[in-house]
Design a protein around this ligand. Sequence first.
Ligand SMILES: *Cc1c(COP(=O)(O)O)cnc(C)c1O
Length: 359
Amino acid sequence: MNRIHNFNAGPAALPLPVLEEIRDSFLDFKGSGMSITEISHRSKGFEDVLNDAVARTRRLLKLNDQYQVLFLQGGASLQFCMVPLNFLAQGGSADYVNTGAWAGKAIKEAQIQNKPVKVAASSEDRNFCYIPRNIAFNKDAVYVHLTSNNTIKGTQWASLPDTGKVPMVIDMSSDIMSRPVDMAHIGMIYAGAQKNIGPAGTCLVIIRKDLLDLCPDHLPTMLNYRTFAEKNSMYNTPPCFGIYTISLVLKWLEETIGGLEKMDALNQAKADLLYTFMDASGFYKATADQGSRSLMNVTFRLPSEDLEKAFIAKAAENHLGGLKGHRSVGGCRASIYNATGLDAVRDLVSFMKVFQSRS
Ligand SMILES: *Cc1c(COP(=O)(O)O)cnc(C)c1O
C-alpha cells in the first residue's frame, strides 16, 4: 500500500483508522452478514449508526436542546437554495457577507428566487484576500449568512461576528469540526461532508428548532427542513454510507484526538508551521492577509506560474498530492484538514525548502 500525503481540497483526506475500520467491517457489518451498504435504513443496525452520529455531533459541538442535527443530501450547494426558500418564505430580508465563490453562489441562489437579500459586506475589492470587519448588519434581517472558511481563497473568520438577535446561518463546509464553535448567535450550520468529516453526498445540517417555524407548508416536501426534522433525517432513504463514515470520523475526533479543543490546537500548529516558513522564505507567498488566513486551506503563490507548475509536479513525485490551487484562481493550495497530520505538513515544508534551494 502506498498512501500519499493528501492535500486535496475536497473530497479530501480521511483518518486512516477510519478507512481501516470501514475496510475491516465492510463485508460483515456488526455480525449482520451484510455490508453497511446492504442493510435496511430502517434496521436497528443503521438506526444505531444514525443516533451515534447525531450524539457525537451534539457532544463535540456542545449543542443544547434548542438544536437539531440532520443529515441531508444534495451537498452544501442545495443549502444555498434551501436556506432562503425556507427562511424567507414569510417575508423579511437576509444579509449576506460575500467572501468569495461559495458565498457568491449562496447569494445567487437567494437572488434567483427574487428574495430580498443585501450584501452587507464584501471583500471583492481586494480579490477576497481578507475577511471584512465591523460590519453593520441589518437588525431586522431574518438571518445573516456567512461562509466560515473560504476554501478557494484561503481565508477564514478568526472569530464569528456578534449579530445580536439575528441568527447566523453559516456554511461551515470546509472547517466543520476543526475547532470549537460559539453557538450563541447561530441559527443554522451546514456543511458538505467531503472536506472534513466524510464522503461526498451527505450534508450535515444543525438547525435551531425555532427556525423551523419559518418553513412554509407549500414547499416541495424534499426541500422543506421540517420534513427532515420531523422524521429524524429518515423521510426517505438517507445517505447511509456517508452517515456511517461520519460517525466513525467523529468517534476518531472524540476518542483518538480528544475533542475539538485538541483538534484546534493541532490545526493551529500545522498552519503555523506552514505560514511561518512561507513568510520567512522570500519565495512562497501566502495570498491571504494576516489575521484572515485559513487554518484549513493554505493558498500561496510562487514567483512564476512556470515554477508553480514544476512545484506541483515535483511534489506529486514526492508523494505530496493535491497542491494545485482551485481552477478559478490558479497558484497553489495546501488543504490541511483534520485528517492531514503534522507529519504531512512537516514533510511538505521539507520538500518546499529543497524545491526553493534548487530553483
Ligand atoms: C465545497 C464547498 C461547497 C460545495 O459543496 P458541495 O457538497 O459540492 O455542494 C460549499 N461551500 C463551501 C465553503 C465549500 O468548501
